[in-house]
Design a protein around this ligand. Structure first.
Ligand SMILES: [Fe+2]
Length: 318
């Protein structure tokens, strides 16, 4: 196991209050955000055949795995720029992460601008919604930002490729946590979740609610769209081109952090089990050839196709 992970496991075991656990884990997150550490994590991911073979889907953020147990997980997320370099546009629509708490360290790159909203969203009779802005700030390199469970927020396009070290955990230690990855429960997970939804117990039990909505702004008013509708539009987008795009993004990220362990890279390139797409980008990394720039999506799954900073900051805030 890589350095510092055991310390976070110990904190998680000792501290039942999950918000206090996130607070206590901050110094370790900072240590996990250095380029040297990121390089070790990259190599750990490359040694995992499951990761190399994974089929990416366009609703995911490019990521590297760091650690996962039943109570929390650690990853790196990569935020790509958009080709237009328009940092006044959001990269997604207003969303929350259900019962998950998120601590994210802006570990690399420019970081990004973000707006947070109050958890309480008012539904109006005309079908629109009222939201209250609580914070807006630049999530800057070296800083850790906390997103509470059910806290709506939105992120803007970064001005440079950026990466965050992210710590995720449910907001309560649940009796179901140890069941989540239980081999006997896994086959029945979908059925169990349907039963939980049927009884309306999602929030108490810490599973994602069935009709989770995301919100967008149009002509000064907020509208809701079901999360399932957004995800379904992306889920179909999988295949070799999608895999190429994600692997390209990860290789570009590593090149920007000056990763160049040629002996390790050459070992990976020679390995028969390494997929061709990985070999292509690892060869470019090993040879120091500039890796192709890849860009994030310019348009969002909403009628206007975009949300802009000035509109969001000008919109009524209850
Ligand atoms: Fe988010």
């Amino acid at each position: 196991m890589l350095d510092f992970i055991q310390e976070v496991i110990d904190l998680s075991d000792k501290i039942d209050d999950r918000r206090r656990f996130h607070e206590a884990a901050k110094p370790w997150l900072l240590k996990m955000g250095t380029p040297e550490y990121i390089h070790k994590v990259f190599e750990m991911n490359l040694m995992d055949n499951g990761f190399l073979q994974r089929k990416w889907s366009t609703y995911e953020t490019p990521f590297l795995y760091l650690f996962e147990n039943n109570h929390f997980y650690l990853k790196y997320h990569v935020f790509l720029t958009v080709k237009s370099m328009d940092v006044e546009k959001t990269t997604n629509i207003i969303h929350h992460h259900n019962n998950y708490l998120l601590s994210s360290l802006a570990a690399f790159g420019s970081g990004y601008y973000t707006i947070h909203y109050d958890k309480k969203i008012v539904s109006n009779p005309d079908g629109t919604h009222s939201l209250k802005r609580t914070r807006d700030f630049n999530h800057l390199p070296g800083e850790i930002s906390f997103v509470d469970s059910y806290e709506p927020h939105v992120v803007f396009n970064p001005s440079e490729l950026s990466a965050t070290t992210v710590l995720w955990s449910p907001d309560k230690k649940q009796i179901t946590d140890n069941l989540r990855n239980h081999p006997l429960v896994k086959p029945f997970k979908k059925l169990l979740i349907r039963i939980i939804h049927f009884f309306g117990a999602s929030r108490q039990l810490g599973v994602a609610e069935e009709n989770v909505c995301q919100y967008y702004l149009e002509n000064g008013k907020y509208y809701a769209v079901k999360e399932t509708e957004i995800f379904e539009s992306f889920k179909a987008e999988m295949g070799p081109e999608v895999d190429d795009y994600y692997i390209n993004a990860l290789a570009l990220f590593m090149q920007k952090t000056n990763y160049k362990n040629t002996s390790f890279l050459n070992q990976m390139i020679k390995k028969e089990t390494t997929p061709e797409t990985w070999k292509k980008y690892l060869t470019q990394l090993a040879n120091g050839e500039p890796i192709n720039e890849v860009y994030g999506r310019e348009t969002l799954y909403i009628p206007n196709g975009e949300m802009r900073k000035e509109d969001l900051l000008r919109a009524p805030s209850i």
